[in-house]
Design a protein around this ligand. Structure first.
Ligand SMILES: [Zn+2]
Length: 57
């Protein structure tokens, strides 16, 4: 197992925890997995604000 694999698993766990939560910037949005500026991110389905970004090296 490499360090990058470990980092990806931690990212998966983080995303799994935060996915589908209510957006904190608007009333009606939920957080969906998406790509933001080339990084994995959780982006609000309503207002489009990226809440979590994960940079893979
Ligand atoms: Zn929102």
């Amino acid at each position: 197992m490499t360090s990058s694999t470990t980092r990806s698993l931690q990212s998966e766990r983080l995303f799994g925890t935060l996915e589908k939560r209510h957006c904190e910037f608007c009333d009606n949005g939920t957080l969906e997995r998406d790509i933001y500026k080339g990084n994995n991110a959780l982006v609000c389905s309503n207002c489009g604000v990226p809440t979590v970004q994960v940079w893979e090296e």
